[in-house]
Each structure stands twice: as structure tokens, then as C-alpha cells.
Design a protein around this ligand. Structure first.
Ligand SMILES: [Zn+2]
Length: 480
């Protein structure tokens, strides 16, 4: 009996003891997409970001893998920003049973809804296409999620202000700070089970033409920092005249300039640059078409943020554009309907077409590429990150043909990739921002970069700051 009693006592003492808090990497480990980081202690589970995998087919298939824990067991989610590789998995979690709050900033909420509805639409279309063509192994191919799942997801959104500490679950508080990456984007200071962690999300640059620079690295001690490393192995070129020159060459040949652009933010940055070049008479005024319903909805939110004097918008831009439109250099055409878009298939006169998707994996830009690539008077200017496995990456690497709608299209048009428009910090910029930490964090996890790039950035951090770095593997779990 005495033995039994001791055992009872020991069992009670054990269950009263809290387990060590941990972090699990459920994506963006050795790759740039699928950001999903799970914080766990006993029954508390908090997820930072819920992104989709994009790019190579083997990555995209991972979106279909069963989530390693029951989604209903997650207490809360915090979202750094609206891009699909950070937000695109949310509707699936909701479909599978998650019903807790999702914390995010006001403009992340607005933009995430646009991004998620577009994603649901594309997936529903893909499933219907697979059913028609009969190439799915399922007799009734299903989308990953649909518009109804998105509606249920946005109902869970809880908007928060920047720089305000807010409790989101037991023993968990978060503070969002502007990261200068896209409208609404944040890095998040997370207090979890007595530990403090920093999630950079995607880190922007000081020179975004519209957005305020990222807040400084918060003061104090951090147990862990998760830093992105998309461009962790290189330095962005300084803005050069190559964008202007390529446009001028194309216009003088009587051709069309196609700019595949991420619908969120890149379209705005490109339009502002075109506005500047036209104002300074560095390029001729030619018709500019924005041919992407998602980009146009986003554009309205950027205009809204500017005219509402959102604190995320640079003060000098707010005063310069108290009236007028920084995005319209005078001949801007917003192509909303499919009929509008089709009219652009053979524009006849020199013009600039900005269309999504940014890596030419889908969307209306694919039709424009199919029509333009075979003709040498045209040009394609790539202005964003092109992931491995995308058409954009093939073009960037000089492919002589690309497959579009099952057909091999010859690439005769001039192809140019310009990194100066990147809204990701490069290696030196990331290092400079991280070195603003008042104390070395106990542990640094380098994520959101292709494997070799993440490793290179981890060694840079070790060499330059003597930080204790790790490049986690997919599924790995660490005590904090
Ligand atoms: Zn992003």
C-alpha cells in the first residue's frame, strides 16, 4: 500500500509540472514557402503563420499532406502578412476544424481576404479542369478549399494595432511591428510560456517608396529569433537605368512590355516608378494596363491607406499625394473583365502590361506571355523573386522555350530580370537589421530560404555576430 501511495503522489507531482515549451517547423524549413511555426506547451498551441507551399510540384503536393496535429487543438494563430506563402493554408485549417481567433493587422486582414479568395478560385478552377481532362486519379477531384472556407476564415480575423501588446492565448502575448515588406506586414514579438521569441515574417527594406521602414529590432533579451533568408546569399543591385532602358528599347521597336507582377505591393511599386519616369520624361507616355482583378482590388486598398493617412505610409508620400494618385501617370487602364483582358492580346501599339501572377505560374499574365514571347520586338521584365520550378525562373535562366497550356512556346522576346524592386531585405540589410539587437538571442533559426541560401546566411550570422544559428529541417521540433 505504501508503494501505491508513493506512486500516486509522484504521478500527481508530475502532471502538475509544466513541460518545456517547444517550437516545431511545419514549413519554410530549407525552402521559401509554407511558413508555419507551431509553439507548444502542454495544452497550449499557437501557430505563427499558416502558409501554402508553392513552386516545385513536390512542394505543392505537401499542401495535401495531413496536418501533423488536429487543427482544432490550436488555440490561436498570428499572421505576419497577407502573402500566400504565409496565409494560404488558413482556409484548410478552418475546413479541418480550427475555429480559434486569427490575429493580424487591419490591412493584412483586407489583403489576406483578397489573396485567399483568389487562391480558392484558382483551386476550384484547377479541380474542375482536372475533372474535365480526366487526368486526376480521383473521379471527382476536389479543391484544397473553396470560397466558403475562406468566408469562414475571415470571420475568425481579429485585427490588432501596431506596437500594442495583446494577449492571444494562455501565457501568450504578441506585439506586431511594421516590417516595411507590404501593406500590413509585420514582424512579431511573441511572449510564450515565459519565453520570448521574434518572428521576422518577411523583412522589408528601408527604401520602399510608399511604406515606412521596418521598426528597429526590439530591445531586451530573446530566447529565440526566427529570421527569413530569402535573399540571404546576395546583395540587391542598386537601382539602375536598366528598367528605363528596357522600356525605351521596347517602345522604339513598337513592342509590348509585359511585367509579371505579384498582385500585392509589386504592382504599386512598379506603377509609382513608371509615374516617376514619365514625369521626368525618361520614358514616353504609353498606355499602361493593369490586367489583374486581384491587383486592382489591392490597388484600392493602397489608395485607401494613403488617403486615410495610415501610419504605415511614409509621411512625405501622404503630404505629396493629399490629392491625386501616385499610381496613375496619366494613361492608366484598369482591366477588370475577361473581355477587357482579351482586348490586350494584340495591342498593336507600344504599351506596358502589368499582370499577375508574379512568377508566371498562372493568372492572366500567362496568356500575355503566350502571345508575346514568340516576337522579338516585345520584352518581359521580371521584377520579383522567381522560385525554382516556376515559368518565371525558367525565363530568368534563359530558357529558349517554355510550356504554356500544353504547348512549347519559343522565347524570342527580350527577357530582363531586375532585383532592384525587391521588397525583401538582402543579406546585408537583414544582417544590419538583426545586428540592432541589444543582446545576442540564445538561439537563431534561419528559415524561409532555399537550403543552401539559409545555410549561407546562418554562417554569415555566426561569423559576423557570433550568434548560435540553426537551419531547421521540415518537421523538426526544438525546446525553446
Ligand atoms: Zn511576403
Amino acid at each position: 500500500m505504501l508503494w501505491d501511495g508513493t506512486c500516486q503522489h509522484r504521478r500527481y507531482a508530475k502532471s502538475d509540472m509544466k513541460s518545456v515549451p517547444t517550437i516545431r517547423f511545419l514549413g519554410a524549413a530549407g525552402t521559401v514557402t509554407g511558413s508555419r511555426f507551431l509553439l507548444e506547451q502542454d495544452k497550449t498551441r499557437v501557430l505563427i503563420d499558416a502558409g501554402m507551399f508553392q513552386g516545385l510540384k513536390e512542394l505543392r503536393l505537401k499542401n495535401w499532406d495531413a496536418f501533423p496535429i488536429k487543427p482544432e487543438s490550436i488555440n490561436a494563430i498570428a499572421l505576419t502578412h497577407a502573402h500566400l506563402d504565409h496565409s494560404g493554408y488558413l482556409p484548410l485549417l478552418v475546413r479541418e476544424g480550427f475555429s480559434g481567433p486569427i490575429y493580424l493587422t487591419e490591412y493584412t486582414a483586407k489583403l489576406a481576404e483578397v489573396v485567399l479568395r483568389d487562391s480558392a478560385h484558382l483551386q476550384t478552377e484547377d479541380a474542375a479542369y482536372a475533372a474535365r481532362k480526366g487526368f486526376s486519379k480521383h473521379s471527382q477531384p476536389l479543391p484544397l478549399y473553396d470560397d466558403e472556407d475562406v468566408t469562414r476564415t475571415v470571420q475568425l480575423f481579429r485585427t490588432v494595432s501596431f506596437r500594442q501588446r495583446i494577449e492571444i492565448a494562455q501565457d501568450t502575448a504578441v506585439t506586431f511591428h511594421p516590417s516595411g515588406h507590404i501593406l500590413g506586414a509585420s514582424f512579431i514579438d511573441v511572449e510564450f510560456a515565459g519565453k520570448r521569441l521574434l518572428f521576422t515574417g518577411d523583412m522589408g527594406r528601408n527604401q520602399h517608396p510608399l511604406l515606412v521602414p521596418p521598426d528597429h529590432f526590439p530591445s531586451g533579451h530573446f530566447d529565440a529569433v526566427l529570421t527569413e533568408s530569402t535573399y540571404g546569399d546576395r546583395k540587391h543591385e542598386s537601382p539602375t537605368n536598366s528598367f528605363r532602358d528596357a522600356i525605351n528599347r521596347t517602345i522604339s521597336r513598337g513592342g509590348t512590355v509585359i511585367i509579371p507582377a505579384f498582385a500585392v505591393d509589386r504592382t504599386e511599386v512598379i506603377l509609382m516608378e513608371l509615374h516617376r519616369l514619365i514625369d521626368y520624361q525618361e520614358i514616353k507616355r504609353v498606355p499602361i494596363y493593369v490586367d489583374s482583378p486581384m491587383a486592382l482590388t489591392t490597388l484600392e486598398y493602397y489608395r485607401d491607406a494613403l488617403h486615410n493617412r495610415s501610419p504605415e505610409i511614409r509621411i512625405e508620400i501622404v503630404s505629396e499625394w493629399s490629392s491625386g494618385d501616385p499610381f496613375d501617370p496619366g494613361d492608366l487602364h484598369e482591366m477588370r473583365s475577361v473581355e477587357d483582358s482579351k482586348k490586350l492580346n494584340d495591342p498593336h501599339t507600344p504599351c506596358i502590361i502589368i499582370s499577375a501572377s508574379g512568377m508566371a505560374t498562372g493568372g492572366r499574365v500567362v496568356h500575355h506571355l503566350a502571345g508575346s514571347l514568340p516576337h522579338s520586338e516585345n520584352s518581359v521584365i521580371l521584377v520579383g523573386y522567381q522560385a525554382v520550378g516556376t515559368r518565371g525562373r525558367l525565363l530568368e535562366e534563359g530558357a529558349l522555350t517554355v510550356k504554356i497550356h500544353g504547348e512549347l512556346i519559343p522565347v524570342k522576346a527580350e527577357i530582363l530580370a531586375i532585383e532592384a524592386f525587391s521588397v525583401h531585405a538582402d543579406s546585408a540589410e537583414l544582417l544590419s537589421w538583426l545586428s540592432g539587437a541589444s543582446q545576442a538571442p540564445d538561439k537563431v533559426f534561419v528559415v524561409h530560404g532555399e537550403q543552401s541560401v539559409a545555410e549561407k546566411f546562418a554562417s554569415t550570422l555566426k561569423e559576423e555576430l557570433n550568434w548560435n544559428c540553426e537551419v531547421p529541417k521540415d518537421g523538426q521540433q526544438f525546446p525553446i
